[in-house]
Design a protein around this ligand. Sequence first.
Ligand SMILES: [Zn+2]
Ligand SMILES: [Zn+2]
Ligand SMILES: [Zn+2]
Length: 307
Amino acid sequence: MKRWHVPLLEEKEVLIIEDSQAVGILLKDFLNRLGFKKIRSCQNGKAGIEAFKEITATGTVPLVFLDYNLPDMNAFSIMTQLLNMKPEVKVIIETAREKTEESIKDVIAQGAYQYLAKPIRLEKIKEIIETLKNEESIITKEIFDSVVNLMSGATQFSLLRLSQYLDKTDEEITPIINQLMSNKKITQINTIKEIACPRCNNVRVAQMFHCPKCRGADFKQEKIIEHYKCGNVSTESSYAEDKCPKCHQVIKVFGVDYRTQDNFYACNECKEIFAEILSDYLCLKCNEKFTLEHAKLLSSKGYAWLR
Ligand SMILES: [Zn+2]
Ligand SMILES: [Zn+2]
Ligand SMILES: [Zn+2]
């Protein structure tokens, strides 16, 4: 299974496109203090776009701080190019200009994520980062969709199941869970106990049903007729033209001559009639077969979808 890592926001790369070295250093310093380590600075639009291409080629989309007034290119045109390459990119526009409410709306309407007024204050950056953290966008759409696809068939699911399906550790899963919860997609419920493979602990197990006599899997639900007189018990279909297959008498009055019982099974292979199906489990990971008696029962946090 494909592995992908859910980065914390602080693990994200940051690209600063800012012509003033002083502002660039200040911004970098603030972001460092907020926990960001991978920060790249460019002094003009052209270099910024190149850097953006290089970073995205490694499979990650950086958080972009873009100066509104660059010497070589218009900030809107840079932003449009970045958005063209990666529509999910978050661009934070910095500007020293006194901005009216209208022009801020303009920047946002053009696709900027946020607007950062100069002089840049640590508090404001902190605020933006906090907002970002609380957004669904931290989880890539791919990951979000995977969770939804994998678990949408169930009204509830466990942390263990999700981590096994996604092939992730609990630490990697936690940000996804937190995100889904803060977006009111799921809610935490009681602990879920699940049947797991005794060999590999996997909860992806299939329940298998068998005939208790021959262990075959070819059986169907049948109505059973018991003929009181001769004691014959067999399927309804074996009483052709209402004749008992054992004594060949016609069964006449229900409750007097015979009785019926639903919820029986008839094996198509060995003809056994049985009320209880033999069931065991197959681990879908390591192919181990085991009975309920030998199964492991594992508990983990439970979650339910909010719909
Ligand atoms: Zn297994
Ligand atoms: Zn009979
Ligand atoms: Zn059988």
